[in-house]
Design a protein around this ligand. Structure first.
Ligand code: NAI
Ligand code: MG
Length: 373
């Protein structure tokens, strides 16, 4: 029996190509794992009306973690049109399988490392090493929205929030409301993950990204929890920055930041910003972890315009693979993979188009393997 069981979820388009690269690398590292294929993505929406069939999540329950490529998703109207004829008119609704995975496995922690590799021509600056911890299950993406907004609902709100007065004399159809839900439990577990990471990897500081002077209740609760958790880690510097200000600071002085922590929406935006400082979609990768399970993935999508061409950069996928190896406790393999990627970048002989090269996806994987030694 293998040491690990890994759910293998290539998905659509270039997801398949970058996962092929990951497999070459894992086989060469000699990871003792059984890889179990899982159906996910657009094809299963079209043919079965479900992009994440139950057999896939059932299979995942029996594995240690999952490696995921990318999927295609389309707006509701188009999604319905592409359903197989026998599924038409059945009132099926498309839901993003990634969002569903995060919810079903309670993967509350979205960790996005952003590391400037020495010699990469895509770095804004060298010396950038910023890890973003984004809360994955609540905040502005809790999914609690209203529109049309009934008078009754607004009256309830007015009773608790006098500032609602301005919005009372409007037709229901002319007002939509989204909620931002912060819970003490949700805030605490993501903030604690950030501090634990800082402690484990010897990082100097943790910065909370918020806007508490305007979002007084929700932002206030985040700051309150942050201060409490921070007091348990006196050796780590901690402070909060406003989300708008940090968007400028991250471009001006990214080397000042180590670990950032934020609610769902702020984390989504700030992690894309941080990703572009060190190479963008060819590098950006993430781990979604909960208490019992984890899914590792590149940040990019299925890139239909490159699908089948083996042109795209596998580094994002390989860096997600490295995260998975660290999660499994295979530190030596993770370090070897890191070294292979680093040397491939500094040598600059075998690189994909986005880095100014002409190499193919799998050539880069083979070069990384060559550079293990
Ligand atoms: P995308 O990330 O698939 O690609 C956008 C562009 O970024 C590509 O055309 C290419 O120029 C560049 N790019 C992406 N990955 C790259 C790589 N590894 N190396 C070099 N260049 C790379 O985003 P797009 O085109 O907006 O979405 C395509 C499909 O993917 C849509 O159906 C979308 O819904 C889905 N999507 C899925 C995600 C996921 O599975 N996690 C995330 C984002 C989009
Ligand atoms: Mg995003």
């Amino acid at each position: 029996m293998s040491k690990y069981k890994i759910a293998w979820l290539p998905g659509d388009g270039i997801g398949n190509e970058v996962m092929e690269a990951a497999r070459l690398v894992l086989d060469s590292l000699g990871l003792d794992a059984e890889y179990i294929h899982g159906d996910i993505g657009w094809e299963f929406w079209k043919t079965e009306g479900d992009p994440l069939p139950k057999r896939t999540t059932d299979m995942m329950e029996k594995t240690d973690c999952a490696l995921f490529g990318a999927i295609t998703s389309k707006p509701q109207k188009e999604a319905k049109l592409e359903l197989a004829p026998e599924l038409q008119g059945k009132n099926l609704t498309y839901f993003s399988p990634i969002v569903r995975l995060r919810q079903e496995f309670d993967l509350y922690c979205n960790e996005r490392p952003n590391l400037a590799f020495k010699g990469s021509n895509l770095n804004l600056k060298d010396d950038i090493d910023i890890t973003v911890f984004r809360e994955n299950t609540e905040g502005s993406y809790a999914g609690v929205e209203f529109g049309p907004t009934s008078r009754t609902l607004r009256e309830h709100m007015l009773a608790e929030a006098p500032k609602m007065q301005r919005f009372m004399d409007m037709p229901d159809d002319d007002i939509a409301i989204s909620t931002r839900i912060i819970t003490r439990k949700g805030a605490e577990r993501i903030i604690r993950s950030a501090f634990e990471h800082a402690k484990k990897f010897g990082k100097k500081s943790v910065t909370l990204v918020e806007k508490p002077n305007v979002l007084r209740k929700t932002g206030g609760l985040m700051v309150d929890v942050f201060d409490k958790v921070a007091s348990e880690y006196p050796e780590i510097q901690s402070w909060f920055d406003n989300v708008d200000a940090i968007a400028m600071w991250l471009v001006k002085s990214p080397e000042k930041y180590d670990v950032l922590v934020a609610e769902n929406l702020f984390g989504d935006i700030i992690s894309d910003l941080a990703g572009q400082l060190v190479g963008g979609l060819g590098f950006a990768h993430s781990g979604n972890t909960g208490n019992d399970y984890a899914v590792f993935e590149p940040v990019h999508g299925s890139a239909p315009k490159y699908a089948g061409m083996y042109k795209v950069n596998p580094f994002a996928m390989l860096l997600a693979t490295r995260m998975m190896l660290n999660f499994l406790g295979e530190k030596e393999m993770a370090a070897k993979l890191y070294k292979g990627i680093e040397k491939t970048i500094t040598d600059a002989k075998v690189l994909t188009y986005d880095m100014g090269g002409a190499a193919k996806t799998l050539d880069v994987a083979h070069e990384v393997i060559k550079n293990f030694e």
